[in-house]
Design a protein around this ligand. Structure first.
Ligand code: BES
Ligand code: MN
Ligand code: ZN
Length: 481
């Protein structure tokens, strides 16, 4: 979706479709002299949230997609209406549309928020993944949206539109990577995608191959990767949009391009969904793309730990002990707890760049799905200020997190008789103990962990990557700029 701005009198508009609230639509129809037609078309219309109707007119505005409930809606109601408007708009046989929804008042929210909310809704509704259909006809044609605003709001909306276009590109990348099948999207594919980002100015892409990672002592990463014929990669992207000596913010993504569980093999039902086990990586790559497109004045370090978790003759056995890059040893009791193994070495590697904050994103535990479902990402942090910033970004972008505890009491679950720690902590609090494991590799650095096992993709009929938490991370980084 491509967004642009529009100001001035709606009466002067020429468009195949105006997306607007009932009152604005009625006023416009009257001004255009099409009051009769409008009244007939909307006779039974109930101006309430969740209601919509498409009315055809004869003049320069060919139709109006009328939304109900826009008389001083709450933020939550506005968000629902924006999503409905977007889903209806993309069904219409049109290539472009104008929306005046930003003109309606929303309690406690400004034009920037309204425009961003609307654009995110349109980006989600407009997304399609048809690469592997033999007759890839587009499901819809709508690709260009003009966001109308009053003159007073136009500056804020122009800025929001720039960010909206950047987020659209980032969301699209994150979803495409997530949706690609695991025979296409392997670690080398992720590296190729990162290299594409590296074509932009101020971006440097590098990588560590398995030989280099072995030399560096990344025994935990290698314990996961060694069972697969696909070579693992540690992908590193450095974006220097900020001041030369400013410490970067680091984003780290779990990039398990397929998680069979390894020798601790997963049961067959739903195993195909483990192609989404690289959604953390997809989200940090998507966020990086958005940051590059927006040209944010920050320094960003993005690291993707990309590997495939397979059972084979060279796979890690339950009971194997490995040494991590940090020097700490791990007894691998369950090879299906592989995300924390690739991430711990990525975290230690990130520390060598002296970042001011680290945020890792991972589809880490089924336990997180049990605890929070799909509405919130699980947030863990050793730094209250960082946690609050991420919570606020999640609220603003409707991509919410819920903070979970990282208390010391949970750490003992990881005790091992044979190594410094075990890689699993037993049946209780599985998402918490996974976060506890990671916390042991970032001591002294401001760090947050997002468990997105429930939020990064949908199952069932809507099966597909959600693009989360790209909106939240991008908003957080905008606030740091
Ligand atoms: N990738 C899975 C977690 C997952 C589950 C993500 C469901 C998305 C949906 C992870 O690698 C895993 O297998 N975790 C284990 C950990 C356990 C062995 C301690 C789990 O959650 O069962
Ligand atoms: Mn696993
Ligand atoms: Zn996994």
């Amino acid at each position: 979706m491509k967004y642009s701005t529009a100001t001035g009198n709606l009466q002067q508009l020429r468009t195949p479709c105006l997306i607007s609230g009932f009152k604005t639509a009625k006023r416009l129809a009257r001004a255009l002299g099409e009051q009769k037609q409008f009244s007939r078309g909307t006779k039974d219309f109930d101006d309430a949230p969740g209601k919509r109707l498409c009315v055809h007119l004869d003049g320069a505005v060919a139709r109006i997609l009328v939304l109900g409930g826009l008389d001083n809606p709450s933020a939550a109601v506005f968000t629902k209406i924006a999503n409905l408007a977007a889903q209806e708009a993309v069904k219409l046989p049109i290539g472009q549309a104008v929306t005046s929804l930003v003109d309606s008042k929303v309690k406690g929210k400004n034009a920037e928020w309204k425009a961003s909310t609307l654009m995110q809704a349109l980006s989600h509704a407009g997304y399609q993944f048809r690469h592997h259909k033999s007759k890839p006809k587009p499901l819809h044609q709508l690709t260009r949206i003009k966001i109308h605003s009053t003159d007073a709001d136009s500056k804020a909306v122009r800025a929001a539109v720039k960010m909206g276009n950047a987020l659209d590109a980032g969301l699209q990348l994150a979803k495409d990577l997530g949706n690609e099948p695991p025979n296409v999207c392997h670690p080398n594919y992720l590296l190729a995608q990162a290299r594409k980002l590296g074509r932009a100015a101020k971006v440097k892409v590098s990588q560590l191959d398995e030989k280099k990672m072995t030399e560096l002592g990344m025994g935990a990463f290698m314990a996961v990767s060694q069972g697969s014929d696909q070579p693992g990669r540690m992908i590193i992207i450095q974006y220097s949009g900020g001041k030369k000596n400013d410490a970067p913010i680091a984003l780290i993504g779990k990039g398990i391009t397929f998680d069979t569980g390894g020798i601790s093999l997963k049961p067959p039902p739903g195993m195909d969904e483990m192609k989404f086990d690289m959604c953390g990586a997809a989200s940090v790559l998507g966020t990086t793309k958005a940051v590059i497109e927006a040209g944010l004045p920050i320094n960003l370090l993005t690291i993707v730990a990309a590997a495939e978790n397979m059972p084979s003759g060279c796979a890690t056995r339950p009971g194997d002990i490995v040494k991590t890059r940090s020097g700490q040893t791990v007894e691998i009791l369950n090879t299906d707890a592989e995300g924390r193994l690739v991430l711990c070495d990525a975290l230690t590697h990130a520390l060598t760049f002296k970042p001011k904050a680290i945020v890792d994103v991972a589809t880490l535990t089924g336990a997180c799905v049990v605890a929070l479902g799909s509405h919130a990402s699980g947030l863990y942090s050793n730094d209250d200020a960082l946690a609050d910033a991420l919570l606020a970004a999640g609220e603003h972008s409707n991509d919410r997190n819920w903070r979970m505890p990282l208390w010391d009491e949970y750490q003992t679950a990881l005790n091992s008789n044979f190594a410094d720690m075990a890689n699993v902590g037993g049946r209780e609090a599985g998402s918490v103990t996974a976060a506890c494991f990671l916390s042991r590799f970032v001591e002294g650095t401001s760090w947050a962990h997002l468990d997105v096992a429930g939020s990064a993709f949908h199952g069932g009929a809507r099966k597909g990557a959600s693009g989360r938490p790209v909106p939240m991370l991008f908003n957080y980084l905008q606030n740091q700029a």
